[in-house]
Write a protein that binds this ligand. Structure first.
Ligand SMILES: NC(=O)c1ccc[n+]([C@@H]2O[C@H](COP(=O)([O-])OP(=O)(O)OC[C@H]3O[C@@H](n4cnc5c(N)ncnc54)[C@H](OP(=O)(O)O)[C@@H]3O)[C@@H](O)[C@H]2O)c1
Length: 282
């Protein structure tokens, strides 16, 4: 893969020792300021991020973009933990959420990056499940941290090779703020969210996401009626009542794919964001 073309970069300063090959491919350093919860998505040009019933939906939406695989791997390599919801776990039966699985071509450089930054050999996979209905043989669960509530804990499979963290249930699903606070307290200070639209919509609405990395694919997805397709906030209703917007930090390009980085009002789990709630019209 050739280097990504940097069109805009407002933040690449940091005391980070990124291996030269990764700096060259990314076009600079990736500086993250913990504690930080940051999300990564690939979206079609018309906003589709999920096509139910389609395997490896990210690859389909990106048109198997090398640049998208590289950015995903670099974000994983820079994170203490990768958060997913049980929906994403179920939809990705072979995934382990490691940098090398996304971009094996630079596996050695990602290992080196983690070593230089004093990170564990692999990011910890954190799986949020309110139901506890998990397949214990999923490779992503081996050594993972499973977060659930009292009810979910009673339904967890017996042979689960994972640590279990119990947090309060929220009105629908887990209390995500409580969950993130505890995950940060466990020492995971940079948390990459690769959760799907259900969890992401709630993280955004509650001001819990600090940054969004978005790959905008040139492919169009379409919105067939009843197809169950979703955008990245899923069923969470934001506008016009709740205004959540990002400040553009960087733009990179590879061919017709854009790699966008936004800073969001959510400062992180310990610091509630500044989501503006407008009164309903009329
Ligand atoms: N395009 C992309 O970049 C991208 C990125 C990520 C995912 N995806 C796709 O999105 C799809 C999965 O979407 P999803 O929305 O089901 O995934 P998700 O948000 O990762 O997982 C949803 C699950 O999270 C658990 N959960 C715990 N607390 C919750 C809460 N407060 N609110 C909501 N959920 C909570 C629930 O598990 P229980 O059911 O166990 O209670 C819920 O079913 C997959 O097809 C995946 O490939 C695409």
């Amino acid at each position: 893969m050739g280097p990504l073309e940097v069109l805009q970069e407002a933040d690449d300063e940091g005391p980070l020792e990124t291996p030269a090959v990764l700096r060259e491919l990314y076009g600079g350093q990736l500086a993250l300021r913990p504690p930080l919860v940051f999300a990564n998505f690939v979206s079609s040009l018309d906003g589709v991020v999920d096509i139910p019933g389609t395997g490896r939906v990210g690859r389909v939406l990106s048109g198997d973009s090398e640049g998208d695989r590289f950015v995903m791997a670099l974000l994983r390599a820079s994170a203490d933990a990768v958060l997913i919801g049980a929906g994403t776990l179920r939809a990705s039966p072979g995934s382990t959420w490691t940098p090398e699985q996304a971009f094996p071509e630079q596996a050695q450089a990602f290992r080196e990056l983690r070593l230089r930054r004093g990170l564990a050999a692999r990011p910890r996979v954190v799986v949020a499940s309110a139901s506890g209905d998990l397949n214990p043989s999923h490779p992503g669960l081996q050594g993972a941290l499973v977060v659930t509530g009292e009810k979910g804990a009673a339904h967890l499979p017996e042979k689960l090779d994972a640590e279990v963290l119990i947090v309060p249930d929220g009105p629908s699903g887990l209390d995500l703020r409580a969950m993130l606070r505890q995950v940060v307290q466990m020492g995971h200070r940079t948390i990459l969210s690769e959760a799907g639209p259900s969890v992401t919509g709630k993280l955004l609405a509650q001001g819990l996401l600090g940054e969004l990395f978005l790959t905008l694919s040139p492919l169009l997805g379409g919105w067939p009626p009843g197809g169950g397709r979703r955008g990245l906030v899923g069923e969470t209703e934001l506008l016009p009542r709740v205004s959540v917007g990002g400040e553009l930090v960087s733009v990179r390009r590879q061919g017709s794919h854009l790699f966008l980085r936004y800073r969001l009002p959510g400062a992180g789990p310990g610091l509630p964001g500044e989501v503006t709630e407008e009164p309903p019209p009329g």
